[in-house]
Design a protein around this ligand. Structure first.
Ligand SMILES: [Zn+2]
Length: 242
């Protein structure tokens, strides 16, 4: 195996490693997006619950008001019975009338508030079932992501072992150093020089000398002689010809 063939081999493993690393970065992000969506649904549910609570409070408020007014009427009537003069009696009758009007208003308000309750309850029920459905979906999705993370992590560990072997096969340290340096900036690092003399990485036409060097390299490789680094004049990728 020539040094360039060994590099292409290494590059193949590195390509898989890159993809797995990208996926491992992306998976938690997807999980966070799903969880954020659920918290939106949860906020809807909280708002619906608060709405129901408010409707119930209003009902209780009018109920208490009506009870207090009814007690007051009872009290006024009791006092009225013990009154001596007609004038006093009539004054109390007026007061009792007024409070009775207030009582009627409170009772009407209570009925109106009661009318609003079923809609508020329906909103809670709706929001709750939407939340339950979403939660089930999100939980399943997150479990799936966790499973995928474990799977990719273990495949990545395997690929790293494989990489260590492939590195050993690159016998010329000069090539390896060049490859490792360029790997973080350019991908792929090793590219074919097409028959039209174009770098397959950046698609720039190379001067004829590059083609000649690449051909000489291929010949040297076939004869078991050392190869030299032939790089693209534009992007610096290592170029080779079959
Ligand atoms: Zn190039």
């Amino acid at each position: 195996m020539t040094v360039i063939e060994a590099l292409v081999d290494l590059q193949e493993v590195d390509g898989r490693i890159r993809e797995m690393e990208l996926e491992l970065k992306d998976l938690p992000r997807r999980k966070a997006l799903e969880t954020a969506r659920l918290s939106g649904v949860s906020a809807d549910l909280q708002a619906a619950k608060a709405g129901q609570e408010y409707a119930e409070q209003r009902i209780r408020g009018y109920e208490e008001e009506a009870k207090a007014l009814a007690d007051k009427i009872q009290q006024l009537k009791t006092t009225q019975m013990g009154l001596k003069t007609n004038k006093e009696y009539q004054d109390f009758s007026i007061q009792i009338d007024l409070v009775t009007h207030e009582l009627t208003a409170a009772e009407n308000n209570q009925i109106a508030a009661l009318d609003e309750l079923p809609a508020a309850q329906a909103r809670v029920k709706d929001a709750q079932s939407r939340y339950d459905a979403e939660k089930g979906g999100v939980d399943a999705f997150c479990a799936e992501i966790d499973g995928r993370m474990a799977e990719v992590s273990s495949a990545l560990a395997e690929a790293q072992k494989e990489r260590a072997e492939k590195v050993k096969a690159v016998t010329d340290p000069k090539f390896l150093l060049y490859y490792e340096r360029l790997r973080t900036k350019r991908w792929p690092v090793v590219a074919a020089l097409t028959h039209d003399g174009v770098c397959d990485g950046c698609h720039l036409v190379q001067p004829p000398s590059v083609g000649q060097l690449a051909d000489a390299n291929a010949k040297n490789g076939a004869e078991g002689k050392p190869q030299s680094i032939v790089a693209c004049t534009m992007c610096g990728r290592i170029l080779y010809r079959d």
